[in-house]
Design a protein around this ligand. Structure first.
Ligand SMILES: [Zn+2]
Length: 386
């Protein structure tokens, strides 16, 4: 790899120094001709003649050093299509839609939504695959954190999740963790830490919201460090600059143009900033996990659980998982007894499976049913200490 970089550097220097190769000028006053990451090189050129000139240099370079472009893995993305100029361009596949660069799709909005669809379908397949196993809540929480959420994180860092995608992801994970809708254990309950009666399940809605607000970090950094306005920051300034400055108590910049009605993406980010009461410093030093943890702590402090149950006895480490689950469901009254499985009907489907005379509720089945009662009696009579 280092040898490759030593050889690749002269090519980069040559491309940079040529006057006939023009890069793309972006609003922050930079001109970008190419960017490189390890052995991936991306040329960003302003016109067809620059592309041709750059490829001529590449051909010369190939003859000189023997290193060659892998044409099978080379693609071109162009805007303002004109078929005449396309014919003269180097013989690589060209498109005017979108291209993935290092896993990030750039190009038309339809390319970005199809990228989201791809990510979402992978996510759904994974949820379906994991749902086929019988898992404890502990295992599900762990899988949601380590396997399911990371599938969306990378894309969500780059392109905000739309409202309906956030809801869809949230519902999928809730269903995966809480299980059968008729026996549902509320996700809010499952989210609690072990010592408060939960399973520390991730709060997926909060997690998605935090990823949504992430783009504002760069803007706050720019305001703090007074760096040059990048394209992303320009858009934020234009859409919600004034509202955000008011919210974060930083000086207004009235001299810049501002939109009358901001784009939905930005106005929603603003709503989330208000909802989670994020400070300027928190946004500037954006750390997903730190913000997530502090929001979770705030939420828990505002509704402390008052059940008074000794949760450590239920999550006791030497108890097998099925015992823990049984105890847990008993306390939250979510055991799958007949009275919970069926709505009471005159045909008696909710009757106790042991005595067939009364409705099968948790307390009937385990304490009041004549059959169970005789077991308690037997234990009571034979236990020498009682
Ligand atoms: Zn009974």
């Amino acid at each position: 790899m280092f040898l490759f970089l030593l050889v690749a550097e002269p090519l980069a220097m040559t491309l940079k120094s040529q006057n006939d190769i023009q890069g793309i000028k972006i609003p922050g006053k930079h001109v970008i001709t190419f960017c490189r990451y390890a052995d991936d090189t991306t040329l960003t050129l302003a016109n067809a003649s620059s592309v041709k000139a750059a490829f001529q240099h590449v051909v010369k370079y190939e003859q000189a050093c023997g290193l060659q472009i892998n044409l099978k893995k080379t693609n071109g993305l162009h805007c303002k299509p004109s078929t005449a100029s396309l014919n003269d361009l180097p013989p690589i596949p060209w498109t005017n839609l979108s291209l993935p660069l290092l896993g990030i799709v750039i190009g038309s909005p339809s390319g970005i939504s199809s990228e989201w669809n791809r990510v979402l379908s992978r996510f759904k397949t994974e949820v379906k695959k994991l749902s086929a196993y019988t898992l404890t809540h502990n295992a599900k929480a762990l899988l949601a954190k380590s396997k399911l959420l990371p599938l969306i994180t990378y894309t969500a860092y780059i392109y905000p999740l739309s409202a309906h995608l956030r809801r869809e992801i949230s519902n999928k994970i809730e269903n995966f963790i809480a299980g059968d809708s008729r026996l549902i254990l509320l996700i809010d309950t499952l989210e609690l830490p072990l010592n408060q009666g939960g399973y520390t399940v991730p709060n997926i809605t909060l997690y998605c919201d935090i990823l949504y607000v992430k783009p504002l970090a760069e803007y706050c950094q720019h305001r703090k460090e007074k760096t040059e306005l990048t394209p992303a920051c320009t858009l934020i300034e234009y859409n919600i600059g004034l509202q955000l400055s008011r919210l974060l108590s930083i000086p207004f910049r009235n001299y810049l143009p501002h939109a009358e009605s901001p784009n939905q993406l930005y106005s929603h980010a603003l709503v989330l900033c208000k909802k989670y009461n994020l400070s300027f410093e928190e946004l500037r030093n954006f750390q997903t996990l730190a913000i997530y943890n502090s929001q979770i702590a705030t939420k828990r402090n505002s509704n402390p659980t008052t059940t008074g149950t000794q949760w450590q006895n239920i999550h006791f480490s030497i108890l097998p998982n099925n015992f823990c689950t049984f105890n847990y469901r008993s306390v939250w009254n979510t055991s799958p007894v007949m009275a919970k499985l069926h709505t009471p009907t005159p045909d008696g489907v909710t009757l106790c499976v042991l005595c067939h005379t009364r409705q099968e509720t948790f307390s009937h089945l385990f304490f009041e049913c004549p059959t169970t009662y005789s077991i308690w009696e037997y234990i009571y009579i034979t236990s020498p200490n009682e």
